[in-house]
Design a protein around this ligand. Structure first.
Ligand SMILES: C[S@@+](CC[C@H](N)C(=O)[O-])C[C@H]1O[C@@H](n2cnc3c(N)ncnc32)[C@H](O)[C@@H]1O
Length: 245
């Protein structure tokens, strides 16, 4: 018997998860064995296995009510208890939006990196509030560039993580879960919302099917020529050194 979560994964194969894996796997492939890697805001450390040949360390403040893997450093990302230039690589997924002072955290991550050391950062532009109350911002591509450059990084790549089909799929998924189907809110003055109610119910059902279709489309073909992304991905290098292989 399939679990509820497994059924949901089959119905709605979230393309963001596929792209997160792909980008982190590629970043790990370009990380030489033996390098020291910091997973910053690691949570349950979903990408740890990609860095099995490296010296993997993690930092997280562990303040959210959710399961955590054991962190090497339990700390705020603005104050990581390690020496300057300890790490060759920083992995920084889905964390920047949770930091009240993002520039201070980027400068601190830069301090812990060797000159020329690299970071992968993924961060949402379009995503619901989560991990409350530690959810502060959403960032455009221009905000990413501004902050990384101000914090002492050069940007090697800054691009959409998913394509627009992924953003559309996420919107359909939101409609499928949040559109109200109880008739109560519709039965009031003015009278016409009562007529719209069956339409909303039908749209909710259709949205679930369309979310599944668009997630699959996004994994099969990443369209970035129109619309907007759900997440950006940045590959950045600390200034002041040759890039390390
Ligand atoms: C959305 S989760 C991402 C977890 C993991 N990187 C991933 O990709 O699955 C955000 C993580 O950032 C951590 N976090 C948020 N604010 C933090 C802070 N100020 N200092 C350290 N960690 C923080 C949270 O505890 C949480 O584990």
């Amino acid at each position: 018997m399939l679990s509820k979560a497994a059924i949901k994964r089959r119905l709605l194969p979230n393309s963001s998860r596929a792209y997160l894996r792909r980008y982190n796997e590629d970043f790990a492939r370009e990380t030489a064995p033996g390098m020291r890697v910091l997973d910053a805001g690691a949570g349950d450390q979903p990408y740890r296995a990609f860095f099995a040949d490296c010296t993997y360390e993690s930092a997280d403040f562990e303040q959210v009510d959710k399961p955590y893997a054991k962190s090497t450093y339990v700390c705020d990302l603005c104050d990581i208890p390690v020496e300057d230039g300890r790490f060759d690589r920083v992995v920084f997924n889905q964390v920047l939006e949770h930091l009240p002072d993002p520039l201070a955290a980027l400068r601190e991550l830069g301090r812990t990196l060797k000159p020329g050391g690299k970071m992968i950062c993924t961060c949402p532009l379009f995503y619901e509030e989560h991990e409350e109350p530690y959810d502060f911002y959403r960032y455009t591509q221009f905000a990413h560039r501004h902050m990384f450059e101000k914090a002492g990084f050069e940007i090697d790549r800054l691009e959409w993580m998913e394509g627009y089909f992924g953003t559309v799929a996420y919107q359909f998924q939101g409609m499928a879960s949040a559109l109200p189907v109880s008739p109560r809110p519709y039965l009031r003055r003015p009278w016409w919302p009562a007529l719209a109610w069956p339409l909303v119910v039908a749209v909710k059902g259709a949205a679930l099917l369309l979310a599944g279709l668009f997630y699959r489309l996004d994994t099969a073909c990443k369209v970035t020529s129109a619309g907007y992304p759900k997440n950006y991905v940045v590959i950045a290098r600390k200034r002041g050194g040759e890039a390390t292989a």
